[in-house]
Design a protein around this ligand. Structure first.
Ligand code: G3I
Length: 374
């Protein structure tokens, strides 16, 4: 049973707790009074302001009870962090390992959480067995993968990141596309093919492109923004089903940004009648110096500035962080730590490693409550 209708991301459950509805409805139908007894959480604050708040989750929520409780208290949606990626599901050609994804999906369905499936097709982290395939073989593999995975969770997974990060100008491919197993064999047509296949497998799911680095106002960020807008126009002109754009929101204060200019980019997406989801919010705090409290304050100020601008755009419907606690951030990964040159534990998320709220939590609350009622 589909837990939301195609026109609006939110399901009836959200409407009961003060959520708003998607683009298809008017403000008059929107927010209902929040029961005063509900514990204040990022999810409840978000719902009162027309936003679904969630976070990426992985197997840690099954082994860490304090973390699982945090998700149950603070989120209304979860994104599958690793479990539904191609390399997680299919380490070998004849192997499909669904255990991790099944556990997350069943948990989310049981707890009434909206589920974002991340991600069907990505030109990164492909398993070695995908190499040296012909165009016909890769086409068959992609189609069968999408059919099998999307059908397995039909009616349970509400949103799919069908294609993740299609652009990477650093690869110098035509149009700034990201090279990799799918692009190299199929060209950029792999994108339309993936969306058509996913729409056929589950016509009730919301389908999104998910992209990184658009938050940057340097040459890289602007190139990706322009590529994304071109791709959206090509897909819409070809009648390819596309419902939302995921903008990851991995804030990188070491690079230039211009929040007012970013709003203009969001308005260009909104003008194309697409929902906007901030899908992987966190912040690389390596550049910040001083004590923990000083750095946490700088993190909160940057997150507030970014979110308060983003939330001025009515098409923004979801804010998700990339995990909830510093304890499980990808910024702790060895390789990421090495590359960042961090000399201390990263603090990129709204909760610290002891699951305690940080200034970033209050910055998100302030930005959400500052959103004019739409
Ligand atoms: O779970 C396996 C484990 O069984 C195995 O022993 C181990 C050995 O390599 O690998 C483990 O899987 C790792 C997985 O994270 C879970 O920890 C993969 O190797 C590793 O590549 C994977 O990294 C993830 C990365 O995406 C690639 O999938 C990061 O945790 C995850 O934070 C990162 O997330 C991406 C988004 O998908 C897209 N946007 C950017 C974001 C950050 O890079």
């Amino acid at each position: 049973m589909r837990r939301f209708d195609q026109k609006s991301l939110l399901n009836r459950r959200n409407l009961l707790v003060g959520g708003t509805v998607g683009l298809a409805c008017t403000a008059a139908q929107s927010v209902m009074a929040q029961p005063s007894t509900e514990k204040k959480s990022l999810a409840s604050i978000a719902s009162q302001n027309g936003i679904i708040f969630g976070a990426a989750a992985a197997r840690e929520i099954f082994v860490d009870e304090s973390y699982r409780k945090l998700y149950l208290g603070e989120t209304k949606s979860i994104t599958t962090d690793y479990a539904l990626k191609f390399d997680a599901l299919r380490p070998e050609e004849k192997v499909f390992q669904f255990e991790g994804a099944d556990a997350l999906v069943e948990f989310a369905v049981a707890k009434g959480l909206i589920i974002r499936g991340h991600t069907l097709v990505w030109n990164e982290n492909s398993p070695p067995w995908l190499k040296n395939k012909s165009k016909a073989q890769i086409t068959k593999i992609m189609d069968e993968h999408i059919d099998k995975v999307v059908l397995r969770y039909k009616g349970k997974i509400d949103i799919w990141d069908v294609v993740n990060e299609p652009f990477w100008p650093g690869h110098n491919a035509s149009g700034g596309y990201r090279q990799g197993i799918w692009y190299d064999v199929l060209g950029k047509d792999y994108i339309a093919q993936a969306f058509k296949r996913a729409a056929k497998a589950d016509p009730g799911a919301k389908l999104a492109i998910n992209e990184a680095h658009t938050e940057r106002s340097d040459e890289l960020g602007l190139a990706i923004r322009n590529g994304l807008l071109r791709l959206i126009d090509e897909m819409q002109n070809a009648g390819i089903p596309l419902h939302a754009i995921g903008l990851q929101g991995h804030l990188q204060p070491q690079f230039p940004s211009n929040d007012a200019g970013y709003v203009k980019f969001l308005e260009q997406i909104a003008a194309r009648k697409l929902e906007i989801h901030i899908t992987e919010l966190d912040i690389d705090d390596t550049i910040y110096t001083g004590s923990v409290s000083v750095r946490d304050k700088q993190v909160a100020e940057r997150v507030y500035a970014y979110l308060s601008h983003v939330l001025t755009v009515p098409n923004v419907k979801m804010i998700s962080t990339w995990q909830l606690s510093d304890r499980y951030s990808w910024y702790n990964d060895t390789e990421v730590l090495r590359k960042s040159g961090a000399t201390r534990a990263p603090r990129p998320l709204p909760f610290d490693s002891d699951m305690t709220k940080k200034p970033m939590w209050f910055a998100i609350e302030k930005a959400l409550n500052g959103r004019k009622k739409i």
